[in-house]
Ligand binder design. Structure first.
Ligand code: PCA
Length: 224
């Protein structure tokens, strides 16, 4: 009898979720705790890979670039903490500027410097932010579309991600974007429990995978 060769298990396409180290004096960062809780989960035929980025200008993007090369994900959602916000915020646009009101975790505090010199002024998220927003609404989880990711390390990573996806060979079909999440109850008010943030992110990933191109036309703009 010929020996049967073991059939290699086909690897599922990956979804990369990143969170950040705590920063600004906080002991925890809900973005990392939530994506860590999703590591290894399977969603619509994809496996979730979670990774933590340093809250440091420059170093965060070096780490992100290595993760993209290593995992070749089909979808990338970078997640960060936005203290003061009440809902999971699907960010619409990344801008090409670093303007830090507080120092990062390496005491770097760039003022009005480009994230990538010579790159475009901005990139839109290529995630279906309206479909993700609608899915959160259906699940009763607070969600919103946000028109600014700020000018600190989160926007830096969001812009760097979108620039890499737009310019690196083999990455043009990879969709990506950024979601900000509120504080945890122990960090202050307003807040959401970790379980709600985690489930909200899982729902957002599922919605993004289901909406394979374009987005739903739903009003979620801001007057101011
Ligand atoms: N939030 C910060 C950086 C890291 C994080 O979790 C921001 O919104 O820029």
């Amino acid at each position: 009898m010929p020996r049967l060769k073991a059939t290699p298990r086909p690897t599922l396409p990956a979804v990369l979720l990143t969170g950040f180290d705590p920063f600004g004096g906080d002991a925890v960062n809900p973005s990392w705790l939530a994506v860590q809780a999703l590591h290894g989960r399977r969603i619509l035929g994809h496996r979730i890979i979670a990774a933590r980025l340093p809250t440091v200008f420059g170093d965060s993007l070096i780490a992100l670039r290595a993760l993209l090369r290593e995992h070749r994900p089909a979808l990338v959602i970078c997640v960060g903490q936005a203290g003061g916000r009440t809902a999971l915020s699907m960010e619409r646009v990344a801008i090409n500027v670093d303007d830090a009101r507080i120092p990062d975790n390496a005491a770097r505090q760039p003022i009005d410097a480009p994230v990538v010199p010579g790159a475009p002024a901005a990139y839109f998220s290529t995630l279906p932010i309206k479909a993700m927003h609608a899915a959160l609404q259906r699940a009763g989880i607070p969600g919103e579309v946000s028109q600014t990711a700020g000018t600190f390390v989160c926007n830096h990573v969001f812009f760097g991600l979108m620039h890499l996806l737009a310019t690196q060979r083999g990455m043009r079909k990879v969709r990506g974007g950024f979601v900000h999440v509120p504080w945890l109850p122990e960090q202050g008010v307003p807040s959401l429990p970790l379980a709600v943030i985690t489930e909200g992110l899982a729902i957002a990933v599922r919605a993004a995978l289901r909406q394979t191109s374009g987005d739903q036309a739903l009003g979620a703009g801001a007057t101011h």
